[in-house]
Ligand binder design. Structure first.
Ligand SMILES: Cc1cc2nc3c(=O)[nH]c(=O)nc-3n(C[C@H](O)[C@H](O)[C@H](O)COP(=O)(O)OP(=O)(O)OC[C@H]3O[C@@H](n4cnc5c(N)ncnc54)[C@H](O)[C@@H]3O)c2cc1C
Length: 366
């Protein structure tokens, strides 16, 4: 195998041990590459920035389907609430989401990375890398043939390697209520409200360990506003089946890329994947499945290139990135034309139901 004779310390160094990084690492390691993953957190289940809801496709077509059942909870229905709190139930035969005990899932993912022979270095912050002949010199690691930025929406790898950066975001914030339970726990409760969640929605969901409730809104650094999650929960909590006066445990918060894949996501043996590459649905703000798929394809692409002379992995990364053309157009429209009254007026109408079902259950990658 090529790596026995190579002077490189690693074939691939991946920054970030979340969904994109894990997928890329496992895919490359399964094909015999020497993979190092740097993760700045000491505990991968700490300081989460995701609700952790996994869509059916990811649960059935990827390794995420092997997450132990005790860490997931199946949700088969979406309750969509207009700003007036009128509601409709949406479902598609056979479709489901999994809410997760996300800290446990992230630790399980780290175990999977290690089980596949990857050198996972927790508590290791990526700081810098310099271009060398045929690869990169990564501070604290040594030389590598490929450097992968799986380090999220504000990617340091992108900055250090001169790659494209995500410029448009939603900001999501969520409370966890450990041990709490919802009156209707089999539904994902989604709330439309221009007041509390302009540009996106709010949600309340039962997870295996409690209730998660949050909202996301357009992030405008020039006019940053603090999301009023307490006001939101006061307004919708009862409708969503959340008991009053519950005290939140942890808070999860973070930026969500919302303008589609970045320009210049891969060049000179440096490749961005997942959130770092902007690969998040601009409409649903779901990024776990797309991060996984992109990371996996890039991991496989690097192995195919190094072992069998396959296509350049940079090209593979660019071609595998979903463009989200329709969803970007929908985001553009929602950003400019969001009003509460059409949802209040038309919630029960067949076209609105149809459109909502398309968003939640169909054409997830178009
Ligand atoms: C509040 C919120 C809720 C969300 N809910 C959902 C949801 O329910 N379902 C869904 O599909 N999507 C959801 N998303 C989006 C989804 O979480 C992301 O798209 C997904 O996590 C992207 O995975 P990733 O591996 O690309 O990046 P991330 O999950 O952001 O992981 C990046 C990793 O890199 C590490 N890292 C960063 N910088 C460095 C560094 N310099 N050195 C070493 N390590 C570093 C971080 O610690 C982290 O572990 C949500 C996002 C937010 C903010």
């Amino acid at each position: 195998m090529h790596s026995a004779t190579t002077p490189f310390a690693a074939d691939v160094v991946i920054v970030g041990a979340s969904f994109a990084g894990a997928a890329c690492a496992i895919a490359a390691a399964q094909r015999g590459l020497r993979v190092v993953v740097l993760e700045r957190k000491h505990d991968p289940g700490d300081k989460l920035r995701t609700t952790g809801i996994i869509v059916k496709e990811a649960a059935e077509q990827t390794l995420l389907g092997h997450i132990p059942a005790s860490m997931t909870r199946r949700i088969e229905e979406v309750r969509l609430y207009a700003p007036s709190l009128k509601q409709i139930a949406l479902a598609a035969p056979g479709y489901y989401f999994l809410t997760t005990d996300t800290p446990a899932v992230m630790r399980w993912l780290a175990d999977q990375i290690r089980l596949h022979g990857v050198d996972l270095r927790l508590g290791c912050l990526f700081t810098n890398a310099e271009r060398t002949a045929g690869g990169w010199q990564v501070d604290g690691v040594g030389t590598t043939r490929y450097l992968i930025g799986a380090d999220g929406a504000r990617s340091r790898v992108a900055r250090r390697c001169g790659l494209g950066e995500v410029r448009q975001f939603l900001y999501g914030i969520e409370y966890e209520f450990p041990g709490a339970s919802l009156a209707e726990s089999s539904a994902l409760h989604c709330f439309i409200s221009k007041r509390y969640a302009p540009g996106y929605i709010g949600w309340v969901a039962q997870s295996p360990t409690g209730v998660q409730a949050g909202l996301a809104l357009r992030h405008d650094p020039a006019h940053a506003r603090v999301p009023d999650i307490d006001g939101f929960l006061l307004r919708v909590g009862r409708a969503g089946g959340l008991r009053r006066h519950l005290k939140p445990g942890h808070t999860r918060a973070g930026l969500i890329p919302c303008s589609g894949p970045v320009f210049d996501m891969a060049r000179d043996r440096a490749i961005l994947i997942g959130d770092a590459a902007g690969i998040v649905s601009p409409v649903t703000a779901g990024g776990i499945h797309s991060a996984w798929e992109h990371g996996w394809t890039v991991g496989r692409g690097i192995a195919a290139h190094l072992r069998d002379g396959g296509a350049a992995p940079e090209q593979v990364a660019i071609e595998a990135a979903p463009r989200f053309r329709t969803k970007r157009a929908l985001r553009w429209a929602f950003d400019r034309l969001q009003f509460d009254w059409p949802f209040d007026l038309l919630l029960y109408s067949p076209p609105l139901r149809w459109a909502a079902e398309q968003v939640y259950f169909h054409k997830r990658r178009s």
